[in-house]
Design a protein around this ligand. Sequence first.
Ligand code: PRX
Length: 568
Amino acid sequence: MYNIGSYEERLKDFNWGISEAKLGYRKGDIINIGEYCSDRICRQGKADKLALVWEGHSGEIKKYTFNDMRVLTNTIAHFLKGLGVNPGDRVCLFMDKVPELYFGFLGIVKMGAIAQPLFSAFGADSLLTRLEDAQTTAIITQKKHVGKVRKILEVLPCLKHVIIVDDDGTKAPREREIAFCMDKALRVENFDIYPSTAETPSVLHYTSGTTGKPKGAQHVHYSLISQYITANWVLDLKEDDIYWCTADPGWVTGTSYGIIGPWANGVTQCVLDVGFKADTWYKFIQDRKITVWYSAPTAIRSLMKEGKAAVDKFDLSCLRHLCSVGEPLNAEAVLWSQEAFGKMFHDTFWQTETGSMVITNYPGMKIKPGSMGKPFPGVSAAVVDMKNHQPITKAGVVGLIALKPGWPSMFRTYWNNEAVYKSKFINGWYICGDRASIDEDGYFWFVGRDDDVINTGGHLVGPFEIESALLEHEAVAESAVVGKPDPVNMEVVKAFIALKPGFEASKELDLSIMNYIRKKLSPLAMPQEIEFVKSLPKTRSGKIMRRLLRAKEWGEEIGDTSTLENDD
Ligand code: PRX
């Protein structure tokens, strides 16, 4: 029996009070995500239940119960308070998927600060942009990443504390650095958890747009109401499940469903801090007896490439429910998962801004392979006309995905950027920036993004950030960055570059530019292909026509170029 029961029944009488009641929350109460995920679960008699089973590179395994998690998150919260970090301050998490990342997140919100997770593969420039925008007070990191922080420390007077979790503290600390070893620190049994209420800020996740700098989507503690119930009804998490979310908490999936959703449900989760390799993943599922698995299309397509023979080497009969997010899940991948695992992946659609799943395939619901499914009960979703933003009622007509504001985990603003936040709301709808259609049965079908943001392997990359970084390379006069189709990653970054006089196209220059971006921004932002051009297509007002270049890559009709840019 699935937790959601019948989707149609749930739709009829749904209100968010159902989730509030399950969590024992009443309007006006104190609500702290850290408390709900650890102390509350311990009070339910599950103090000795495993909360986290972590496996590292060398096969090393660490296990923590809910009580360990309660105490260790207290310990981190206490440590931060002792440093002088205040409620409302931004504290960045910049680590691999180590236990300190997961408990650090909960420790930060327990003391009332705002957790700002950033992907540990980010280079110094990507880091700087986001720390500067958030005026971050402290960063929690590892020795292997601290070099990138040191590079930018001088231009970040706001960043008062650099906390290193795997430093033994024997050497004299460098400026603003401090060692903190979670497993050896004096355990803090009791901590005065910050009395946050529904609208108290909790998390700041940076996401890329077409123009301007990355934007910080700011969430609040009340988001828990959505994250808890979607984890319960869509991931179908139950008391005895062993859950694995493959996402990194540097991105929203890794926090909403790699931390908050499962732990608010009191479920044991496993983390594998090792890069992708089919055998390693299958062995992990087999050994850890994973029952519910939340992953992403690029990973599924990569597994598909390895074939069914790779699956058959392992006993994966433990798996009972599979879900996916982040990019379009093609029908072939859904059908393959049925053949390989005896289960279909259930696609779910949502965004950093939505904070929780909004359109999903429910357990027990008929899956139409290739469709994102139907709106979560309580989420009013439509496809609206691209021009007048009125809901389209005719089946199969493509428009923009739009959501009626009001679900608990909706972002509350973009940090320092209320104007752009407001611009996302038109005609009373939040416009996601994606195109889709709805069929006669109410299923949503993804068509594509409505902007130039590149989705590579489920990670959004902003072309503007890459173009700005490219301009700092000595050889680059101007550039345009677009997504190019890729069979596994869906899209990869391609850069069109016009060189400065005196520079000539060559393989070496290609590599030099690629490496430059990889180090400065991240491996995700690194162009996989560079095409050197004499000049770039521009509108009469001088704006580079990215869409024209993109259309060429995708073999699409370019049509009347005057419609591609409307500022001219
Ligand atoms: O374009 C959509 C795509 O990823 C975007 C959101 O990315 P981000 O904020 O990084 O959050 C990713 C994880 C929640 C969306 O606007 N996207 C997400 N899920 C799907 C998807 N595209 C197609 N199908 C999906 N299921």
